[in-house]
Design a protein around this ligand. Structure first.
Ligand SMILES: Cc1cc2nc3c(=O)[nH]c(=O)nc-3n(C[C@H](O)[C@H](O)[C@H](O)COP(=O)(O)OP(=O)(O)OC[C@H]3O[C@@H](n4cnc5c(N)ncnc54)[C@H](O)[C@@H]3O)c2cc1C
Length: 520
């Protein structure tokens, strides 16, 4: 493979997979090197007593982002996966009080009216309109565009820039902004929870994050066979155009030659030369030295105090009784302020909110089950997997608290130990090095947080970042958007290098020169 036309991608998470597919479709040689035994990264499955259970994302939104990726590769998402729109987006419970949000906005407004009265239903309609407006304001100029600063964003927004910037509520917290629409604390808590989709607190992130609610309201899709199938489909898409995947192949170092990225060294000692390297690992690993001293300065280091949340995630085959579970279910803490206060202080909440995905159920299928079914259960946790790994006693306490929240709403889950796999912050830290178990990169607290995420280009030419910890942010579709931006930067830089300095492109990077520089 001619090195000048070869890219190495470190990591086969969503961002790495989308990069691989798009670059391969452009005729580049692509090698994906991944520590794990298969693709997906956080979008992984684990074995729970003999059956595979989704252990990462379960809510699939913005499918059009993936339609566009498959389309750009001459294929179609529907040819690979069976997708069904969810009629019930999620079922929410506060003790005996329940509320479903539906794909149909009128049905959601009616349900809110039944729970909390006509004024709150009107507040919901106003909230939806505002969330949509914020999303539409930022979609093209920010989410789909390269990272910028506030001035750059104002410029992109055009003559209405300043007015639009203020209207996206950057300077007030999401919690405060929700108070303009909802008086009922349950609804404030429900819509504030969207902050946790990027691992943040509704009390500290800007009102701008209302846009996450719009993303979900715009459509949730169920993937037949589970979310991990999306990873397999992306891998197949990339392979079809010639990309090579190397699993069980951790990268120990990213090589730099004459100031630019030149390939990677695997933990086995093998060297792979390349003209460009895309890092799909968390950029914290770059800044933290996991890929060698030569690329430490590639991105700005983020203090650990700015990490997003981690989680305890139980994947199990068990039985449920006492509550009509649908596919996506949320059981709320009785004290949201105390919950996020504890997390901000680096502690587990005593009374946590709990998400339960009943993976075998259709979106609205609440029929009782006779036998075991698959569950994924999430409780948010501080991202201290490196500095304060949870002890067994803390883990047991959290398991009890999780069950207590469910019991408060009438749900009893029987999760046999032999059919349960638990992932804690320290396990996430091991899977995603130098993160402390933070699952969404840096937090989104304060108006400037979104501008601090690393963009697709790094300070080292030829080295790019892509993934949920990179601009535009966390979540499966955002990680895919970041990959699109990395590919755009890479191809643009390659084109400009080829046209302005054609002789500077080596015909192939020798292993020797890579070794010399890489070990310097
Ligand atoms: C429990 C959970 C629930 C979630 N729920 C949702 C949801 O419902 N909806 C949603 O949209 N998003 C959800 N998310 C977030 C979403 O999963 C992530 O934002 C997204 O999958 C991140 O993708 P990524 O491209 O950043 O890659 P990652 O998934 O972070 O993968 C990075 C890859 O890099 C590899 N790697 C790291 N270091 C090296 C190395 N040295 N050498 C080789 N390989 C390396 C890792 O092994 C990993 O495979 C959830 C996440 C979790 C954990």
């Amino acid at each position: 493979m001619a090195t000048q036309n070869h890219a190495v991608i470190v990591g086969a998470g969503v961002g790495g997979l989308v990069c691989a597919a798009l670059l391969a479709a452009q005729g580049m040689g692509v090698t994906v090197v991944e520590t794990a035994a298969g693709p997906g990264g956080k979008m992984r499955e684990v074995d729970a007593g003999g059956g595979a259970v989704d252990a990462g994302p379960t809510v699939f939104t913005l499918r059009q982002v993936f339609d566009a990726v498959f389309d750009a590769c001459g294929d179609s998402l529907d040819a690979h996966l069976t997708l069904t729109p969810a009629t019930i987006l999620a079922r929410h419970a506060w003790g005996d009080d329940r509320l479903d949000l539906f794909a149909d906005p009128a049905a959601s407004a009616a349900a809110i009216g039944d729970l909390a009265g006509a004024r709150e239903a009107a507040g919901y309609r106003a909230f939806r309109a505002e969330a949509q407006r914020i999303f539409e304001t930022l979609d093209r100029p920010f989410l789909q565009a390269q990272q910028t600063n506030p001035l750059g964003l104002t410029w992109r927004l055009g003559w209405r820039g300043f007015a639009d910037l203020n209207r996206i509520r950057p300077y007030e917290s999401l919690w405060r902004a929700l108070g303009d629409h909802f008086r009922d604390p349950r609804l404030r808590q429900l819509f504030g929870r969207y902050a946790t989709y990027c691992g943040s607190s509704p009390f500290q992130c800007p009102g701008t994050l209302m846009l996450v609610a719009h993303v979900e309201a715009a459509g949730v899709w169920l993937i037949e066979g589970g979310m991990h199938r999306l990873a397999l489909a992306l891998e197949a898409l990339a392979k079809r155009n010639g990309a090579t995947f190397r699993y069980g192949a951790p990268v120990a170092e990213i090589l730099v030659d004459r100031g630019r990225a030149a390939g990677v060294v695997l933990a086995s000692g093998e060297r792979i030369a390349a003209r460009a390297v895309v890092c799909n690992a968390d950029p914290a690993a770059l800044a933290g030295g996991a890929f060698g001293a030569g690329v430490r300065r590639a991105v700005a280091a983020q203090p650990s105090s700015r990490r997003s949340l981690s989680a305890l995630v139980w994947c199990a085959r068990g039985t449920a009784a006492g509550f009509p579970l649908v596919r996506h279910n949320v059981f709320f803490s009785r004290d949201s302020a105390a919950e996020f206060g504890a997390l901000a202080g680096g502690r587990l909440a005593r009374d946590p909110s709990v998400y339960v995905c009943a993976q075998d159920r259709a979106a609205c299928d609440a029929a009782p089950r006779t036998g075991p079914e698959r569950f994924q259960i999430i409780v948010n946790a501080p991202p201290t997997g490196d500095t304060h790994p949870l002890t067994q006693a803390e883990t047991d306490q959290c398991t009890q608290s999780m069950h207590a929240t469910l019991t408060y709403a009438g749900l009893t889950l029987d999760l046999p130990a032999a059919a349960t796999a638990l992932t804690r912050p320290q396990d996430f830290h091991r899977l995603f090095p130098r993160t402390g178990g933070a699952l969404y990169g840096p937090d989104s607290h304060g108006w400037a947080a979104s501008f601090r995420r690393p963009g697709s280009r790094t300070r080292i030419p030829g080295l790019y970042c892509a993934g949920g910890s990179t601009h535009p942010g966390a979540g499966v579709p955002m990680a895919a958007l970041s990959a699109r931006l990395a590919v755009e930067s890479l191809l643009r830089d390659r084109a400009s290098t080829v046209s302005s300095h054609p002789v500077a492109m080596p015909g192939g990077m020798s292993t020797r020169s890579a070794r010399t520089v890489g070990s310097a």
